[in-house]
Design a protein around this ligand. Sequence first.
Ligand SMILES: [Zn+2]
Length: 259
Amino acid sequence: MGCKMLTNPYFMLFELILLLYFFTPETASAQQNFPRFLSSPYYGSKPITSWFDHEFPNYTTNDHLLKFTGEERDDPHDDGPGNPPGDIPREKDPIYDNCYDGHSGIDFSTGYSQILAAAGGIVINANWNSPNCHNCSLGLYIRIRHLVEGVTYHTYYGHLSTIAVQPGDIVKAGQVIGSSGSTGNSSGSHLHFEIRAYLNGSYRRLDPFGWQPTEDADPWSEHDDGAQSWCMWGDGQWVNYCDANQTSRPVPPLTIAMT
Ligand SMILES: [Zn+2]
């Protein structure tokens, strides 16, 4: 009797609807906590010259950068005390040859080109990062606030040569907001792109490429000022660099507040 019921096509349809009902909300909830809302902040294809440092993306130095793939790269620029110039073995990579120890964002080799909002939002800053020092920090920069699924994010665009927006402007994803350059603390024209999220009571730096190694925890996620990163690219060339499985990871416990 029971067997007959299970093979009944109408009952099987009923089971399928039940399955969809129970599994759909769970999937939606996981996506909600790992939204892939960023698009490329420039036109065309540009190489990356420095990645986010998963050990200390706050400019604390330890002579190397820990990339989102889990590989370490020696910082050729980090020739501080105890490190005479040239003593750090440097594996020249035709694309990824520069890694700044402690780097808090992603450097795109954009030269002088148009820069685009990576997501829709409201412009918070569009001026000098340090008004009295144009060779300091991010130089001419833009900061945009985004509200995505109840979480506030800020994207930063540093070292710009021109700015085409002002604070209070509402921008769409892909809208031209300025041009890249080499203002601030920069040795050549490029875009410094950075993203922070308001999590657990403060703005925390995230790697938009996430963290790929499944066997090791992301060191930055265990830091007091840190957070768990995930692949944030929704489209464009960089989504292919991210691990598709990152969205299926357990949701980190967060207390979220909007500012
Ligand atoms: Zn940078």
